[in-house]
Design a protein around this ligand. Sequence first.
Ligand SMILES: C[S@@+](CC[C@H](N)C(=O)[O-])C[C@H]1O[C@@H](n2cnc3c(N)ncnc32)[C@H](O)[C@@H]1O
Length: 170
Amino acid sequence: MRGPTPPLCIDLGCGSGIDAAELRRRGWAVFGIDGHREGLQRLLARPEFEPSPLLTLRLALFEDLGPLPPCRLLNASFSLPFCEPAHFERVWSACVEAIEPGGRFAGQFFGDRDTWASIPDRTHRSRDAARACFDWAEIEMFDEEERDGEDAKGNVKHWHVFHIVARKRT
Ligand SMILES: C[S@@+](CC[C@H](N)C(=O)[O-])C[C@H]1O[C@@H](n2cnc3c(N)ncnc32)[C@H](O)[C@@H]1O
């Protein structure tokens, strides 16, 4: 006998699948999207992923995305800031459209004082501008993190990050 259909999470910029693995473990159907083949290959190599219709993957740049399927959760963990600014509003609209009423966004925006804000192909927002992107939602968490540290390659970096969870109004 078949059980209820699991809710769908779109994992935007899923990379090597750290979140996707946890989401699958918790019973979500996951649609992972990433622009880089190596990340998706690492995801598929994870021992916890057996072939399943509840895990679908798409190799695509954010800049090339069209409409997204309806989802209960749109997870964009440290990924949306890598979308080129010229495409961000359209990609963000597709994300907002896809989230079902009562569904959630979880992810990060990067702030205007972040070291990478000066890189032309990155999308950064001031605190007010980031909050304004959620006028369709109840913001459940908006944590601002600002600290000196290092990037993944050990380069000195000033981090200015907003960690956000928001629920779409019904
Ligand atoms: C910092 S990693 C985060 C990966 C994963 N979400 C996590 O939290 O571990 C950013 C991810 O976004 C993807 N990415 C960066 N720019 C992209 C773009 N323009 N289109 C699609 N994916 C992109 C990268 O391939 C990478 O997997």
